[in-house]
Write a protein that binds this ligand. Sequence first.
Ligand code: QAP
Ligand code: CO
Length: 170
Amino acid sequence: MAQLSILHFPDPRLRKRALPVETVDESVRALVDDLLETMYAAPGIGLAATQVNVQKRIVVMDVSEGKNQPLVFINPTVLGQTGETETDEGCLSVPGFYEAVRRAERVRVSALDRDGEPFEIDASGLLAVCIQHEIDHLDGKLFVDHLSMLKRDRIRRKLEKQSRHEARAA
Ligand code: QAP
Ligand code: CO
């Protein structure tokens, strides 16, 4: 197992579209485990492979209180969505910033699990919001894309300044 390093907005690699996983083999399972380890260490409630510069359609999540209910979605597809809800979202790729985003309130999603078995789930609440946020990552989208250009540019400038400082300190 290994912790992977997370790309930060506005890194252009966060804009790449991830490709479907063809076979859930040992290498995919190893990546899933590294994603979970990286998410728990952060700590975060969701992480997409795109955020660690891997262009595969894999996301991991854990929205449980005890942080003991890992969820794995390989090749996730939204089958349907209903309602509307607004939630303050954050992102491990946009550290330190939280903003309200409007999304569907409930989603039905199909995916493969860590063993490559297909499953479907009806998600609501934070899980529904998190799944939509993570699937966006696989399509090169970030929660800041849902904000006004003014807010997005303000966040971009602050994070660019921060990464310049980090580059100098390193
Ligand atoms: C996506 O985000 C999410 O800024 C997962 O300094 C978040 O795990 C979906 C994190 C909220 C819906 C609602 C963010 C950690 C973690 C930060 C995360 C930070 C440290 C974000
Ligand atoms: Co995110």
